[in-house]
Design a protein. Structure first.
Length: 324
C-alpha cells in the first residue's frame, strides 16, 4: 500500500446520489462514508513491498481494487469481481480527504506533462474507454451518444479518438450540447418532448443514416427506448447510464433486428491507456472542468453539482498547493 496526500478529486453524480438518497441499487449507506473516487495525489509513504513508486511521485488512483484473485481477475475482468473494494461505494470509504491509503498496484505514476486534474479525470475518462471498447467503436464508425453530461462527453472524446467518423449527441440542454461540440461532437440534437421514435428518426435524419453504435449515458427509460429504435440493424447499444431497476423497452424490436444490447460496469485495464493518451496530447479533457473548490467548501461544490451547473466540479484537497 501507499499513503497519499490527495490533490484533486472530482465529484461524480453517484457521489451526489449517495449523499441525497443513501443508496444506489443494492449498495446502501448504513454508516458514515467518505465520498470521492475520481482522484489524484502525491505519494507520501510507501509500504515495504512497493518498488514502482516513491515519496514525491504524482499518481492517479484507480478506485476499484480486487480483494482476491478470483476467476474474474484471472480473465482480466477484475471489475466484475464480487468482492471488489471500490472507493465511495458502501461500505468502502472514498478519497475525498487530505490523506488516503490505497493499494500501490492501483496507483499509476503521472508523467510530468499530465496535471493532477487530468489525473483525476482518468476515472470518468475510463468509463468512456471501457464503453467504446465494449461497443466496438472503430475506424469509420457512426456513433450516437445519448446524453451530454460528463459521461456522455468522455464517450464523445473517446469515440472520436478510436476512429469514429461521425458522433451525434442528444440532450435536453443546449449548453451541454455546446460543450459536446467543444470536445469533438460532429452533430447535436436538442430533445424537447419528442417520443422515443421521433428522437430516433431525428438522429437518423441529421446523420443521414442510422448509427451502428449507440452509447446510452442517461439511464432514462425513454432514452433507452430511443437508443434501441435509433441503432441500425446488426448494430450495438451499450447501456452506460443507470436508472430504475425495471425498465420497459422495445426488446422485440432489438431482437428481430439483431441489435446487441451490452451493459458495462465501470471499467478495467484503462488507466495505462488513458495516461498514454494524455501524455501524448492525443486527447484533451481539460474543457471538462468548469468549477474548482477548496476542500473546505465541499458542501458548496456538491450543491453546485446537484444543481447541474457546469460539467465537472473539482475539489482541491492540498492547501499547500497553489497550482490552478
Amino acid at each position: 500500500e501507499v499513503l497519499l496526500r490527495m490533490h484533486s478529486v472530482g465529484i461524480c453524480g453517484s457521489d451526489v446520489h449517495y449523499w441525497q438518497h443513501g443508496r444506489i441499487g443494492d449498495f446502501v449507506v448504513k454508516a458514515p462514508m467518505v465520498l470521492g473516487h475520481e482522484a489524484s495525489g502525491t505519494v507520501v509513504k510507501v509500504g515495504s513491498g512497493v518498488t514502482h513508486l516513491k515519496p514525491g511521485d504524482r499518481v492517479a488512483i484507480e478506485p476499484g481494487v480486487p480483494r482476491e484473485v478470483d476467476e474474474f481477475c484471472k480473465t482480466g475482468r477484475y471489475n466484475l469481481s464480487p468482492t471488489l473494494f471500490f472507493c465511495a461505494t458502501p461500505p468502502d470509504d472514498g478519497n475525498l480527504c487530505r490523506y488516503y491509503k490505497h493499494s500501490a498496484s492501483y496507483c499509476y505514476k503521472l508523467p510530468d506533462n499530465v496535471t493532477f486534474e487530468e489525473g483525476a479525470l482518468i476515472e470518468p475518462l475510463s468509463v468512456g474507454i471501457h464503453a467504446c471498447k465494449r461497443a466496438g467503436v472503430t475506424l469509420g464508425s457512426k456513433v450516437f451518444v445519448s446524453g451530454s453530461g460528463p459521461i456522455g462527453l468522455v464517450n464523445v472524446i473517446v469515440a472520436k479518438m478510436m476512429g469514429a467518423a461521425v458522433v451525434v449527441v442528444t440532450d435536453l440542454s443546449a449548453s451541454r450540447l455546446q460543450k459536446a461540440k467543444e470536445v469533438g461532437a460532429d452533430l447535436t440534437v436538442l430533445v424537447k418532448n419528442e417520443t422515443p421514435q421521433e428522437v430516433a428518426s431525428k438522429v437518423e435524419s441529421v446523420l443521414g443514416c442510422m448509427p451502428e453504435i449507440t452509447v446510452e449515458c442517461t439511464g432514462v427509460q425513454a432514452c433507452i427506448q430511443a437508443g434501441i429504435y435509433a441503432t441500425r440493424s446488426g448494430g450495438t447499444l451499450v447501456l452506460v447510464g443507470l436508472g430504475p431497476e425495471m425498465v420497459t423497452v422495445p426488446i422485440v424490436n432489438a431482437a428481430v433486428r439483431e441489435v446487441d444490447i451490452r451493459g458495462i460496469f465501470r471499467y478495467c485495464n484503462t488507466w495505462p491507456v488513458a495516461i498514454a493518451l494524455l501524455a501524448s496530447k492525443r486527447i484533451n479533457v481539460k474543457p471538462l472542468v468548469t468549477h474548482r473548490f477548496p476542500l473546505e467548501k465541499a458542501l458548496e461544490a456538491f450543491e453546485t453539482t446537484k444543481r447541474g451547473e457546469g460539467v465537472k466540479v473539482m475539489l482541491k484537497c492540498d492547501p499547500t498547493d497553489q497550482s490552478p
